[in-house]
Design a protein around this ligand. Structure first.
Ligand SMILES: [Zn+2]
Length: 175
């Protein structure tokens, strides 16, 4: 069965390529850590910074778990998931405006979902937790963890910003 054999060979080559690419990313990350351990552990300098004790005081336990410890809220637990009023969603950690209701859509995942953030509002980085590769989304102003971005969203971007509602505050008004 030459066609099946060819498929298996190309599948094996694909796996090898992905493994090699991952190894490259990991070694790059390791090199960056060696060059600047402070940057690797704390991320870039943020306009809003607090000590861990201050964050614990400023945030609710649920907000702290998501924003500062990258926890994920239970799906369908946030009232913002099904809130489609016009307005702006801001970071619960620092108040930075992050998303407009104009880009919100129903992803049926149980988490507030957007196809684009506001300009310069968020940053992304690799997340290797849970034994899978995902792209983490965090607030550009305070570094707070917001959620992840996936490439299965609707037009016009094709992106799905899957955001923990507890990491957001919502202000109804012009979007
Ligand atoms: Zn923030």
């Amino acid at each position: 069965m030459p066609s099946r054999r060819r498929f298996l060979l190309s599948a094996a080559a694909g796996v090898a390529a992905v493994t090699a690419a991952r190894r490259r990313v990991l070694s790059l990350a390791a090199a960056a850590t060696a060059a600047n351990p402070a940057a690797a552990s704390k991320g870039p300098p943020y306009a809003v910074t607090h000590t861990d004790a201050e964050w614990r005081r400023l945030l609710t336990p649920e907000q702290y778990a998501v924003l500062r410890q990258a926890a994920t809220e239970r799906p369908y637990s946030s009232p913002l998931d099904e809130d489609y009023r016009a307005g702006l969603f801001a970071c619960a950690g620092c108040g930075q405006h992050l998303f407009s209701s104009r880009t919100k859509f129903d992803s049926h995942t149980g988490w507030p979902s957007f196809w684009a953030p506001l300009p310069d509002a968020v940053a992304t980085g690799p997340d290797w937790s849970l034994a899978m590769f995902r792209t983490e989304v965090h607030c550009r102003r305070c570094g707070g963890h917001l959620g992840h971005v996936f490439d299965d969203g609707p037009p016009p971007t094709g992106l799905r910003y899957c955001i923990n509602g507890v990491a957001l505050t919502f202000a109804p008004g012009p979007a």
